[in-house]
Design a protein around this ligand. Structure first.
Ligand SMILES: [Zn+2]
Length: 60
């Protein structure tokens, strides 16, 4: 499988990347939020917490 950043042959040490630079570039994508799903996350938290409220009052 070629380096996902530049499609060169990968180096075992940096697999699946071809170099530390490409691995850093990919990590940078994560850190800058390129892969983050912004709205869906908070929506899910809202529905979870509103599910918990009636359950907890049933226990009391
Ligand atoms: Zn590369």
């Amino acid at each position: 499988m070629p380096c996902p950043m530049c499609n060169k042959d990968p180096v075992t040490k940096y697999r699946p990347f071809c170099s530390n630079r490409c691995a850093d570039l990919d990590l940078g994508k994560w850190l800058t939020g390129a892969y983050v799903i912004p709205a869906a996350d908070t929506d899910e938290e809202d529905s979870i917490s509103s599910d918990f409220i009636p359950n907890e009052s049933n226990l009391h």
